[in-house]
Design a protein around this ligand. Structure first.
Ligand code: GTP
Ligand code: MG
Length: 253
């Protein structure tokens, strides 16, 4: 079966998250070394080829374009549109990945203190985590590659702004909101008139994390071998920058 013309699919990392959080800005920063002065709301998915390393002298930096020390792995970073009306575009792109290695879910840490931002952000995150959980737990899925657990980085962006929540609060606020969404969605399921015998399995499949638990925590995703990390950063302005995110990705491709 040695087919020299068969093409190689590079490891894929997908950037998701609500609109305006800074996904396209981050992708441009990684690609060009500086952030764009202006961005537009994305309407399509867009990918760039990048190189990351875990053994070169510049391994912690995305500014490694000229680095010839160590080994570099080529990967595809895929930016998706965040607008609620284009959610299907992002989910479809995610579904189409053949070598999905990691998901970066970006949030606006400066806006997340507001309910108007927290609720839709958590709702989108819920869908992403449930998508990953189902991918792992689906027993009928014999396709090995689709069963590989995919880690999630919650990139808490815009910490250069004074309203930004510290990452510990980003984490606990999201966990609390995900708990709330989970109980309201499971109630909807019970109310939807599903036969009483079916309730158990139906509900269990749509339940995120540890079944029957009162509060959701990201730790519960480990039951499905899905690691969730929260790391603060910023693309523009003064702050810790984006290198921690880069290093997180470099270790997972
Ligand atoms: P959609 O394409 O609509 O999903 O949005 P997006 O997530 O791609 O956001 P985009 O990169 O277009 O950035 C939206 C706005 O946030 C732009 O004005 C950016 O300059 C700004 N922005 C991005 N990162 C940061 C940051 O770290 N700090 C601050 N203060 N602003 C940022
Ligand atoms: Mg964008």
């Amino acid at each position: 079966l040695a087919n020299s013309t068969s093409y190689i699919i590079h490891p894929q990392v997908v950037l998701v998250g609500p609109d305006g959080v800074g996904k396209t800005s981050l992708m441009t920063l990684f690609e060009r070394g500086d952030s764009p002065s202006q961005t537009h709301t994305s309407q399509k998915s867009h990918s760039v080829e990048l190189n990351a390393s875990t053994d070169s002298s510049s391994k912690y930096s995305y500014k490694n374009h000229e680095d010839t020390t160590g080994t570099h792995t080529k990967f595809l970073l895929i930016d998706t549109p965040g607008h609620g009306k284009l959610r299907n575009v992002a989910m479809e792109r995610l579904n189409r990945c053949e070598r999905l290695k990691a998901i970066v879910f970006m949030v606006d840490a400066a806006a997340l203190g507001e309910p108007e931002s927290l609720a839709p952000t958590a709702s989108y995150l819920y869908d992403i985590l449930l998508f990953l959980q189902k991918r792992v737990s689906d027993k009928s899925n014999n396709n090995k590659k689709n069963n590989t657990p995919v880690p999630v980085l919650i990139a808490a962006n815009k910490v250069d702004l004074f309203t930004a929540l510290p990452s510990t609060l980003v984490k606990t606020n999201l966990e609390a909101e995900l708990s709330r969404i989970r109980s309201s969605r499971s109630k909807g399921l019970l109310d939807s008139g599903v036969g009483i015998d079916d309730v158990g399995s139906e509900e269990q499949d749509a339940w995120l994390g540890e079944y029957g638990s009162e509060k959701f925590s990201f730790k519960q995703m480990q039951e499905f071998e899905i690691d969730v990390d929260v790391l603060p950063g910023n693309v523009t302005g003064d702050g810790p920058g984006a290198e921690k995110w880069w290093w997180w990705i470099a270790q997972r491709i």
